[in-house]
Ligand binder design. Structure first.
Ligand SMILES: [Zn+2]
Length: 75
């Protein structure tokens, strides 16, 4: 499913593909580099909260660790 997120600070659309139609995670605008926590439900953007660099890094690391764990489980 393709989701489009409009950056609240520069109004640029970013679109990406989701395997599932729900997502809560860090997002970085490709244009202005602003950081946000986005929440997507059923392919639609629900919330887009500004995030600071530190929290973004943390959230990204947590998401990556989760992905790694899931990968190990299936491997
Ligand atoms: Zn932006």
């Amino acid at each position: 499913m393709q989701v489009t997120i409009k950056c609240p600070s520069c109004n640029t659309d970013s679109s990406f593909f989701l395997v599932k139609d729900n997502l809560v995670g860090p997002f970085r605008c490709w244009k202005c580099k602003a950081l946000f926590t986005v929440k997507v439900s059923k392919g639609e953007l629900i919330t887009c909260d500004p995030l600071n660099e530190e929290d973004f890094t943390k959230a990204k690391a947590a998401a990556e660790a989760k992905r790694k764990k899931a990968k190990e489980k299936t491997a």
